[in-house]
Design a protein around this ligand. Structure first.
Ligand SMILES: Cc1cc2nc3c(=O)[nH]c(=O)nc-3n(C[C@H](O)[C@H](O)[C@H](O)COP(=O)(O)O)c2cc1C
Length: 207
């Protein structure tokens, strides 16, 4: 298969519009969209082809509530780490879409899987975590290509999330995802728009 210029332009548009979404409609995802997200992860690169990601589609209200409570606890702690002058700005940020997002996913990395036969990771074991991050990015882009929003929540204690999901020894928490159709459309990061952190200039250097 050979791609033309319009495919490249479309990909660039998808990347520009990807954005971390924290405001969702409550409409459930349709089956085709859900399946496309699942399939996108299968296409991700991974060190030694180890495919170390493990993804739970979280539907249990009890599990969702435990994650919600854990976010609240960690976010309160995070807020108190800021000086008073910054704290009120932090508290005004919307840092998750846990209450509205119709789909939740808890993502883990297996830290020493048989798969991959250790190829490529003896020297850089962190490549397993990088592989999971790439799988998430594949899902993020696929989501946007179908007008679905995705938001990552990392204001969680990884050890506690591992306990909540009762994962096997050696599984490491990577991310909690909120997914659904976005409430609004914008190609500017919310943190940029809210004045918390703007987009810095390109970090590309020729050496
Ligand atoms: C690894 C990772 C963890 C993140 N954790 C959070 C989070 O806990 N809460 C939040 O509101 N956004 C979180 N984000 C979203 C970032 O704040 C967002 O990507 C950044 O502001 C740039 O905006 P954009 O994704 O719309 O380009 C996370 C993003 C990444 C890549």
């Amino acid at each position: 298969m050979e791609f033309d210029q319009s495919a490249s332009q479309t990909l660039q548009d998808i990347m520009r519009w990807r954005r971390d979404v924290r405001h969702f409609q409550r409409t459930p995802l349709n089956d085709a969209d859900l399946e496309a997200l699942r399939a996108s992860i299968d296409l991700a690169p991974s060190v030694g082809n180890a495919r170390p990601w493990r993804i739970f589609r979280v539907q249990s209200a009890g599990l969702r509530q435990q994650v919600r409570d854990e976010f609240e606890r960690c976010n309160t702690n995070a807020a108190t780490s800021y000086a008073l002058s910054e704290r009120s700005a932090y508290m005004k940020l919307k840092l998750q879409g846990l209450d509205q997002a119709p789909e939740h996913f808890a993502v883990f990395t297996v830290t020493d899987p048989e798969e991959g036969r250790r190829l490529g990771r003896r020297t850089m074991p962190e490549t397993l975590r990088q592989s999971t991050a790439m799988a998430l990015h594949c899902m993020w882009l696929m989501a946007r290509s179908r007008n679905i929003g995705m938001g990552m929540v990392s204001i969680l204690d990884p050890n506690r999330v591992e306990v909540i999901f009762d994962v096997p020894e050696g599984w490491e928490f990577a991310a909690y995802l909120c997914v659904g159709y976005p409430e609004t459309k914008d190609d500017t990061p919310l943190l940029h728009r809210s004045g918390w952190q703007g987009n810095s200039e390109s970090r590309w250097t020729d050496v």
